[in-house]
Design a protein around this ligand. Structure first.
Ligand code: SAH
Ligand code: SF4
Ligand code: F3S
Length: 430
């Protein structure tokens, strides 16, 4: 039986796909790279916005035309559950039930429709997962779920309550990967700063970062995504003491207006968010702070939007993911707030912010002009150039060769754009 997995959504889904592939191999299935070759195609799905979900349904339609058997995992699986059977899929696997994938694929052969939603996460041997997308960088999910219940967000309904992996399990995974040559690690969680809180043994993200940095062979550690009121200043403090911890914090603010923040159930004010950024920058002046912002949330007036614009100007994020509000069934905002900002206004506000951010990026990138930076080489891009990131998550492109992938190099920056920086490799550190 040949199985193909197609991944939509966030890094957590990418990591789940890597794990699922290993489980399928262990179960004696063949995992193939192309959809056409496969007997069964599993879609690892995202439900964060309507658009993400619609992509899944059109993909299901295409697969049915091709006569493929279909399995659904990821957030749409948890959101839609049995409803997906109406669309002709053979099985549905919730985000916590991934250990059941071999069983699901095997049962799909005889045509019975099955749904798997049990929590099987403790059954997974994370440190034995070898089917990873990269040979030098690894995603490691350290906390599942989210308890924040932002009023617009589907994730707490799809990924369930927060559940941390024991620190020993995470460190064992890091050590096993280091033995295989991995150098960079990204610790993942929808609210990564809540890591350890449910374990009640003093475990925290800062402690994990400090422990993981002690492992020989670990070159750089990243973490995603931070939640402002759960974020601990022990993390920037750890960055100062430890050059292996990347100086990059993805700290979504979502909005600049207190009224909207309250309606979103984000548990901080604009002022508290700014204070947090100041505190971080006082400890790590060159910390790279990126964010997510939603435009067109119900009731967003011109003044509310202006507050977001002013915040973006004041903070100068290194990177900004912008999204137009999309009502999600079952969430508080979907139930109680009218999606009343006209689509045209949403698009106008979004493009205003996009342009503003472009100018800010251009300005911030100037700081890199003629600088020599330490970069870990990641891959070759479609345009033939190689690229990698510095400790601030800045992407730098340069002429290179495949032998450089995974190596640390010194790049002299010689061209600045609003997007990537360009440079030449001056030294290979190994
Ligand atoms: N846990 C992270 C990110 C979760 S989803 C956090 O706390 O921010 C990634 C991003 O998608 C969110 O940051 C938000 O900006 C966006 N998003 C989530 N739900 C959305 C919705 N219903 N409409 C539009 N954007 C949404
Ligand atoms: Fe969604 Fe909010 Fe949780 Fe992020 S913190 S996953 S936006 S509920
Ligand atoms: Fe999408 Fe689920 Fe990730 S909704 S963004 S795949 S947590």
């Amino acid at each position: 039986m040949k199985v193909h997995i197609y991944t939509y959504g966030c890094q957590m889904n990418e990591n789940d796909t890597e794990i699922a592939k290993q489980l399928l191999l262990n179960g004696g299935f063949e995992v193939v790279d192309s959809e056409d070759e496969a007997d069964i195609v599993i879609l690892n799905t995202c439900a964060v916005r309507k658009k993400s979900e619609d992509k899944v349904y059109s993909h299901i339609g295409k697969l049915r035309k091709k006569g493929k058997k279909i399995g659904i995992m990821g957030c749409v699986a948890d959101k839609e559950k049995e409803n997906l059977f109406r669309r002709g899929v053979s099985f549905v696997i919730g985000t916590r039930a991934i250990a059941k994938i071999p069983e699901a694929v095997s049962n799909a052969k005889d045509g019975t429709k099955q749904i798997y939603l049990d929590d099987t996460l403790d059954e997974i041997d994370y440190h034995k997962v070898e089917t990873r997308n990269s040979k030098h960088h690894a995603w490691i999910t350290i906390i599942y779920g989210c308890d924040r219940f932002c009023t617009y967000c589907i994730v707490p309904y799809t990924r369930g309550r927060e559940k941390s992996r024991p620190m020993e399990s995470v460190l064992l995974e890091v050590r096993s990967l280091v033995e295989k040559g991995y150098k960079e690690f990204t610790f993942l969680g929808q609210n990564v700063d809540a890591y350890g809180k449910d374990l009640n043994d003093g475990t925290s993200l800062a402690k994990l970062l400090i422990e993981a940095a002690k492992i020989d062979g670990v070159k750089r550690l990243w973490f995603l995504t931070s939640y402002p009121t759960d974020f601990s200043l022990e993390i920037p403090q750890a960055m100062v003491e430890n050059p292996k911890i990347a100086r990059s914090i993805h700290l979504p603010v979502q909005h600049g207006s207190d009224r909207i923040l309250r309606a979103m159930n984000r548990r901080y004010t604009r002022g508290e968010y700014i204070e947090l950024i100041n505190n971080i920058r006082n400890i790590v002046p060159d910390a790279s702070i990126s964010s997510d912002i939603i435009v067109g949330f119900p009731g967003e007036t011109d003044e509310d939007f202006e507050a977001t614009v002013e915040l973006v100007k004041a903070i100068k994020f290194e990177r900004l993911n912008l999204a137009i509000y999309s009502p999600r069934e079952g969430t508080v905002a979907w139930k109680y707030f009218k999606d009343d900002v006209p689509y045209k206004t949403k698009v106008r506000r979004m493009s205003y912010l996009l342009n503003l951010q472009k100018m800010i990026n251009r300005e911030l990138n100037e700081a890199y002009r003629d600088k020599r930076v330490e970069v870990i080489v990641e891959a070759q891009a479609k345009n033939g150039l190689f690229y990698g990131r510095d400790i601030r998550n800045k992407i730098i492109s340069f002429e290179g060769s495949h032998e450089l992938i995974g190596k640390t190099v010194i790049v002299k920056v010689n061209k600045i754009t609003a997007g990537p920086l360009y440079g030449t490799v001056e030294e290979v550190l190994g």
